[in-house]
Design a protein around this ligand. Structure first.
Ligand code: HDE
Length: 730
């Protein structure tokens, strides 16, 4: 280590470690030759006392159980007592430390986005954009950078289900050579509110109600809709939140949005507005509401499991990163304000230019250390990217740094390996709780002149390459009054809500209507329900009527809009169904079989599905091994625990006898009935007909076929035309 160095050591700072760790490495070198292992662990931020203790052992490379201070533990089964039946002794430091640590294992969960799943990956530039930004990562085609992503729901607690109707967080940390860049977005393009000052109100209204503590992870309750009805600016986002976008089939099958308008700044200092988009390679797909509700019972971890299993299987989820860029002059001509986070820019107006691809290729090793302790900061920016004056974004810039202190307990949260930059980090900040770095030397202030005495004076500012804020021109002049106000166009609350609704397919519109009917049916205060419908009359008269009919209430008088809506036409990019990719890759097909089933037919379905890129799950009443015609087969899932809601399509291969027997098993009946009601492809052999008939599934319907190649083609789709036959569309 350099004497008198005032450099701070980080995990990305190769060859530098804390003296404590250096000492133990010295021991390791003499003892076991385990340096590489320890060093690797350290570089990955994986060093633990346990590793060090284990590896500094002189006579064994095998880990001995120790306490947190390195003392070997002789008995991890019994506490120290005054005699076998006597009282426990206070001196038992092993017991006390273990229980003490356990007592403090939980940290406060995130106030929002508490439920999340994370993964590591890599970002690669596919189209360099130096003309738009000097951002280090976008300079060269083919350049790569490690990333960590955390997806989340918003309202629920960290133990809540994965499939509520909710917005999903889509937070990406790019570990660039110019420092970390966090793009902390959502899976929906607009947001509920325009100004950060309303965020605590929004979140209080959607969280479990203050007096009764329920409902968990749900917006279907009085306080949320009370707030929404009184906040017409939320109407555009309400259309998104009540649409199928709130019910993703998989985290791998949803779009992501930076939401706010940001700034690119190029080497000449020229600024360009930018909106960020993530486009899933697997295409977008959603579940139906009924499916989502049933999945939450069958598998509350549905999305977390799906992400983990896909990565384990090498089926790496990927997204393209796209940008919409425009200048101030273009922005000034639009009928909406680009600084208003409740608005989007239609892709038909400004196409999304794809500039990169993100692939998630590694699961976390430790959920707590990585996913839970990940701290995203919208203030994590790199030179070449800057904020805009969006008042929602401006408020976020304060909140995230602040919240990490209360959540992670220390201002040194940036030293936690998942948060630490992977480029050098040197400054004069010192000390604080949980300080794990060991800055050395005399200089802990700047300016200093210690270098003149031959000492290391520490790091210096970088006027040329450091972050310099974009010289924003415009409103902030000496003559501008301080006001609590919003831009004029912020007052248009309905034009884009209408554009979104009208851009949906018929089914998708029906889903929005049904979702609002469902949610408002859970509202007990009639005036709250009425006010929401009164607002919706400004979006679309027909939608408002459908909702009023669904609630069996009179159509209330429309609320007066603050600004008259304008006709923005439609945008096909806003519909999931219009952009669906009928592909089996990333999708799961279940094959229900029983004793005597035709193994040949099962094998055929399996190979057809797998060769189209899908995966197969064999399902039977018993998993251990069932005699089928042509051999014995083990099932991957037991029927009662593997309902068809967790599958994308089903094939049913049964003998006639087995089919008849299964008509008396409610799990089998639900399996088939739900697959039909959720508009999934159903493949079947002749033997299965009795079960299909019992479940009122017409064998000649669209999407119902023999278990051959046609089934594999069907399995990639949903048969929305069936919907009118299976539910009463609002
Ligand atoms: Fe957040 N948000 N937010 N938010 N947000 C948090 O930060 C906040 C907003 C988003 O996986 C918190 O570390 C304010 C918009 C994601 O760890 C907190 C406002 C968007 C995540 C916070 C917003 C987001 C958060 C809670 C209004 C989409 C999860 C824990 C001004 C662009 C990140 C934490 C993760 C998390 C504050 C609005 C996305 C409290 C004050 C708009 C994806 O700081």
């Amino acid at each position: 280590m350099t004497k008198n160095s005032s450099k701070t050591k980080t995990q990305g700072d190769k060859g530098a470690a804390s003296p404590a760790l250096d000492n133990s490495l010295g021991d390791i070198q003499q003892g076991t030759g385990q340096v590489e292992f320890a060093q690797e662990a350290r570089e990955q931020g994986g060093e633990t006392h346990q590793h060090i203790a284990a590896n500094s052992d002189h006579d064994s490379a095998v880990g001995h159980l120790t306490d947190n201070h390195g003392h070997r533990i002789s008995d991890n089964q019994n506490s120290l007592k005054a005699g076998p039946r006597g009282p426990s002794l206070l001196e038992d430091f092993v017991l006390r430390e273990k229980i003490f640590h356990f007592d403090h294992e939980r940290i406060p969960e995130r106030i929002v986005h508490a439920r999340g799943s994370g993964a590591h990956g890599v970002f690669e530039v596919t189209d360099a954009i130096p003309e738009l930004t000097k951002a280090d990562i976008f300079q060269e085609k083919g350049a790569t950078c490690p990333v960590f992503v955390r997806f989340s729901t918003v309202a629920g607690s960290k133990g809540s289900k994965d499939t509520p109707r909710d917005v999903r967080g889509f937070a990406v940390k790019f570990y660039t050579q110019a420092g970390n860049w966090d793009l902390v977005g959502n899976n929906m393009a607009p947001f509920f509110i325009q100004d950060a000052i309303k965020f605590p109100d929004l979140i209080h209204s959607v969280k479990p109600e203050a007096d009764r503590g329920y409902p968990q992870a749900a917006s279907a309750h009085d306080t949320f809709w009370d707030f929404i009805g009184l906040m017409p600016e939320s109407m555009h986002m309400i259309m998104w939140a009540m649409s199928d976008r709130a019910l993703p089939r998989s985290l791998r099958m949803m779009e992501g949005f930076g939401v706010h308008t940001f700034r690119f700044v190029n080497a000449e200092g020229k600024g360009t507005f930018v909106k960020f988009h993530w486009k899933p390679v697997l295409g977008m797909q959603s579940t139906t509401w009924d499916e989502a509700v049933k999945i939450s019972g069958a598998d509350p971890d549905y999305h977390r499991r799906d992400l983990h299993e896909a990565i384990e299987a090498g089926d790496f989820p990927a997204w393209e990163l796209g940008v919409q860029t425009f200048d101030d002059a273009w922005a000034a001509k639009q009928p909406y304000d680009v600084l208003d986070a409740t608005k989007l820019i239609p892709e038909e107006e400004i196409p999304v230019r794809i500039i990169g691809k993100m692939t998630l290729n590694r699961n976390v090793d430790n959920f707590f250390a990585e996913t839970e302790q990940a701290a995203f900061l919208p203030t994590n920016l790199i030179p070449g990217i800057d904020f805009s004056n969006d008042p929602l974004l401006q408020g976020r810039l304060f909140s995230y740094l602040d919240t990490q202190k209360s959540r992670l307990g220390t201002t040194n949260f940036h030293q936690i390996p998942i948060n630490a930059p992977k480029c050098p980090m040197h400054n004069f900040q010192r000390d604080g709780a949980m300080q794990t770095l060991m800055p050395t030397g005399r200089a802990n202030y700047e300016p200093n002149s210690l270098a003149q005495a031959g000492e290391d004076g520490g790091p210096r500012e970088c006027p040329e390459t450091g972050f310099a804020s974009f010289a924003e021109m415009g409103e902030r002049t000496d003559t501008t009054a301080k006001v609590r106000a919003r831009g004029e166009l912020f007052a248009d609350h309905f034009s884009q809500a209408r554009m979104f609704y009208l851009s949906q397919t018929e089914n998708e519109q029906a889903h929005i209507a049904s979702a609002i009917v469902f949610e408002l049916s859970k509202v007990s205060l009639p005036h709250v329900r009425n006010r929401v419908v009164a607002q919706i009359r400004n979006i679309d008269e027909d939608l408002a009527k459908r909702i009023a009919t669904g609630l069996a209430i009179d159509l209330p008088k429309a609320e007066k809009p603050a600004r008259k809506p304008v006709d923005l036409g439609t945008s096909d990019a806003l519909s999931i169904q219009k952009n669906a990719k009928d592909m089996l890759k990333g999708r799961k097909v279940g094959i229900l079989f029983a004793e005597g089933s035709d193994k040949n037919a099962i094998d055929n379905v399996k190979s057809a599905v797998e060769s189209a890129g899908g995966s197969v799950m064999l399902i039977a009443s018993k998993i251990g091994g069932i005699k089928v015609a042509g051999g014995t087969l083990e099932a991957d899932g037991q029927l009662a625990g593997t309902p068809s809601v967790v599958l994308d399509a089903v094939a049913i291969i049964l003998t006639e006898d087995a089919a008849k027997k299964l008509t008396k098993d409610s799990a089998a009946v639900d399996f088939v009935s739900d697959a039909w009601a959720h508009m999934k492809a159903i493949g079947h052999d002749d033997g299965a007909l009795a079960l299909l008939k019992h479940c009122h599934v017409p064998a000649d319907a669209d999407g119902v076929s023999a278990p051959d190649k046609s089934f594999a083609a069907n399995a990639a789709k949903r048969f929305f035309a069936r919907e009118a036959d299976v539910r009463d569309l609002a």
